[in-house]
Write a protein that binds this ligand. Structure first.
Ligand SMILES: Cc1cc2nc3c(=O)[nH]c(=O)nc-3n(C[C@H](O)[C@H](O)[C@H](O)COP(=O)(O)OP(=O)(O)OC[C@H]3O[C@@H](n4cnc5c(N)ncnc54)[C@H](O)[C@@H]3O)c2cc1C
Length: 434
């Protein structure tokens, strides 16, 4: 049987893969999305739903400003209710040191004409009825917003389908096929698929998945992953149109009145063999996050060792076992976050935890993504490493990858997101965000 042939095969049905599929299919390209589990099963359906320019690393700002414009149009463009609300985003500052960090970041906002501004403690308190605690001030960006992650990602997939994209779920991609120094398709569990270009948007699996292809070329993609927990409360009358981050917790009120609440910075880093492999590039990140990151031993530790010994076949077995990688939530962190939420906002003391969940966030050493062609392999592009802020960024990431595939040239300068930067002498792994 002759394998089907596509202009682009996209590995990963998260927001990035689905957005790329939509922008490609809308231009008339023949696209297939290959998702091992469900659309938005992993990070893209498990996140807080913040869509923010505020606090971002300046490298991401030009794209995120454009993305903010795109979000405003998305409900119409996707013909879907994605619960988009441009309600703003507020970061509270408990002390002068935190406020000074916000003030320093404001320089980036001013340079890019983003409407972020500092509020006094009294102004911030006036915005959040009944707010407890002593606050020095806040950073506020009215043009930021939030949306429903699951609905948005599924809406991209549905819109891509309407434009002719083939979106397949329950389909593990086992390998990328190459010929003459270029990608020419993929091998899936259901058979081969020929494609002129392959986009890898495989979230937390990307580095591990690409390794057999990269190693002979002397390339590597340093990437680790952390568990992040979120809880959802019972419903309250509408009170807060904007998302809030207090340092301890982040929260937003959804349209149905429930709140998504999450431990602010704290995360559990998976103890896997890649921790040793990538110790050097991640050392600066570890020092930055030292107080907030805890080692997390889990089945992933064993699976990581199995992958180390068994190579790609072992990884493929893990992907088939984890059609949707759904880590158990950190119950202690969730309980603490709920307590902190009620302490902060006693008006909501009666709310209870309705559900809690977790997701595995992939991170790069400098906490900004890789959006690039893979050097040395023609027709292979990768979009990964969104480091906990790729939902808001997902539409533009998908769009620039689509431009890269369709035009050979994205509409933004993506030099800061180049694949090889971590291996470059003198590359700083600093992350300039708050
Ligand atoms: C708890 C939590 C809170 C977050 N909060 C926010 C927030 O408020 N705002 C924000 O902007 N971002 C947030 N993020 C980050 C954001 O969710 C991610 O950056 C974004 O969803 C990444 O999208 P993606 O498409 O790259 O990856 P994913 O959504 O992870 O999708 C990758 C997909 O690839 C599939 N896949 C992998 N390998 C294969 C294979 N070989 N074959 C087939 N399929 C494969 C996986 O099954 C997965 O579905 C948060 C993340 C989490 C977990």
């Amino acid at each position: 049987m002759t394998p089907q042939r596509y202009d682009a095969a996209i590995i990963g049905g998260g927001i990035v893969g689905c957005a790329a599929a939509f922008y490609l299919a809308r231009r008339g390209l023949k696209v297939v999305v290959l998702e091992k589990g469900e659309i938005a099963g992993e990070q893209s359906g498990r996140n807080w739903g913040f869509v923010r320019q505020q606090g971002r690393d300046p490298r991401e700002l030009p794209l995120m400003i454009e993305c903010n414009r795109m979000w405003r149009d998305l409900p119409g463009v996707l013909e879907a209710d994605i619960e988009w609300r441009q309600g703003g985003l507020l970061y509270l500052a408990r002390d002068e040191a935190q406020l000074a960090k916000y003030e320093a970041w404001l320089d980036h906002a001013r340079n890019h004409r983003i409407d972020s501004r500092l509020l006094s403690g009294a102004e911030a308190a006036a915005m959040i009825p009944g707010l407890r605690g002593t606050w020095c001030g806040a950073l506020y960006t009215p043009s930021d917003g939030h949306a429903d992650p699951l609905k948005t990602t599924r809406a991209f997939a549905a819109a891509a389908r309407r434009h002719g994209a083939d979106v397949r779920t329950g389909c593990v991609v086992e390998a990328i096929e190459t010929a003459g120094g270029g990608a020419c398709g993929v091998r899936t569990e259901a058979g081969p698929i020929a494609a002129a270009t392959v986009l890898v948007a495989a979230g937390a699996w990307t580095s591990r998945f690409l390794r057999p292809l990269l190693r002979p070329l002397g390339l590597d993609l340093p990437q680790l992953y952390v568990r992040a927990t979120v809880l959802r409360t019972t419903a309250a009358p509408p009170a807060l149109p904007f998302g809030v981050w207090s340092g301890d917790i982040g929260f937003r009120q959804r349209r149905d009145g429930t709140f998504n609440v999450a431990p602010g910075r704290s995360s559990d880093f998976y103890v896997v063999p890649d921790l040793v492999r990538y110790l050097r590039p991640f050392w600066p990140a570890y020092r930055r996050e030292r107080g907030d990151a805890r080692p997390y031993f889990s089945r992933e530790t064993v699976d990581g060792l199995a992958h180390l010994v068994g190579g790609q076949p072992a990884l493929v077995r893990q992907m088939k076992r984890h059609r949707v990688f759904a880590p158990p939530p950190n119950r202690t962190a969730a309980e603490r976050a709920l307590t902190a939420f009620k302490r902060l906002l006693p008006a909501f003391a009666g709310l209870e935890m309705r559900e809690a969940w977790a997701g595995a966030i992939e991170v790069t050493p400098d906490e900004v993504p890789v959006l690039d062609a893979v050097p040395g392999v023609r027709n292979l592009v990768v979009a990964t490493g969104f480091s906990g802020h790729g939902f808001g960024f997902g539409p533009i990431a998908g769009r620039v990858m689509a431009e890269m595939i369709a035009d050979g040239q994205p509409s933004f300068d993506l030099h800061a997101f180049r694949f090889t930067r971590f291996a470059e002498a003198g590359h700083s792994h600093d992350h300039d965000a708050v």
